[in-house]
Design a protein around this ligand. Structure first.
Ligand SMILES: *Cc1c(COP(=O)(O)O)cnc(C)c1O
Length: 224
């Protein structure tokens, strides 16, 4: 299958599964793929890409701006974000899906203030029980949401999660839905759900994902 066929296959599943009045957003995860592939995706009509490392993403964004100077592409930052990378990420990203700790919220506040701007944000949930992985532990969600809401410079959109390896994605996404009620108490408008990847995006769509992050099913295998 060509890139076009793989991209259109996911778009077709999205059209089938998500509501026609409010379709989910497809974010094509382009990590470990060159700027040229992003340019080809733009030519196919892609409007949203996701990256998980600042060093790679910031260079790629500049290259893509040269390859397709007239394109309006939204760059979503989806990976663990170190505070010393925040300033760089804010240069190109429209949204950060991986807000997971107070120190990151504080740095976001500081840099957004400096540049007098706002950004869309998702709080990432850690569903694994392993604090070494990205995401906030469910018991700390409420407190972290308060910190984000106090900033006024992050448009809190909702929650992000990655289903654990070897876990039943249905159960994992159900946990996200259960935890969503915690967030909606303090931020009733933060209804977005960034969940679903190559292996489970159809289930995620069925369960109400508003943003799916699909990499290899569209781009092909990543070269490391
Ligand atoms: C890499 C990555 C994806 C996409 O993974 P695929 O399995 O290739 O679809 C989605 N979300 C996050 C956070 C990622 O790091």
């Amino acid at each position: 299958m060509s890139l076009k066929e793989r991209y259109e296959k996911v778009l077709a599943a999205l059209a089938r599964t998500s509501s026609t009045s409010n379709p989910a957003t497809l974010i094509v995860v382009t990590k470990n793929h060159p700027a040229q592939l992003v340019a080809e995706l733009i030519d196919l009509g892609c409007q949203n890409v996701g990256e998980n490392r600042d060093q790679e993403a910031s260079a790629k964004q500049l290259e893509v701006a040269n390859l397709r100077p007239d394109s309006q592409l939204n760059w979503h930052f989806i990976g663990q974000l170190q505070t010393n990378k925040v300033k760089s990420v804010l240069r190109y990203a429209c949204a950060i899906h991986s807000i997971d700790r107070p120190s990151l919220v504080h740095e976001l506040g500081k840099q957004l203030e400096k540049f007098d701007r706002k950004i869309d944000g998702f709080i990432e949930l850690n569903l694994t029980g392993d604090p070494g992985r990205g995401g906030v532990m469910p018991e700390n969600l409420e407190a972290l949401a308060e910190e984000v809401l106090n900033l006024n410079r992050v448009n809190l959109r909702g929650l992000m999660a990655v289903a654990g390896l070897g876990e039943d994605p249905r159960k994992e996404f159900q946990r996200v839905l259960d935890l969503q009620s915690v967030l909606l108490k303090s931020a009733p408008y933060a209804t977005a759900l960034s969940m679903g990847m190559s292996e489970d995006y159809e289930i995620a769509l069925e369960m109400g994902a508003t943003h799916i992050r699909v990499g290899s099913k569209i781009t092909g295998p990543r070269a490391y």
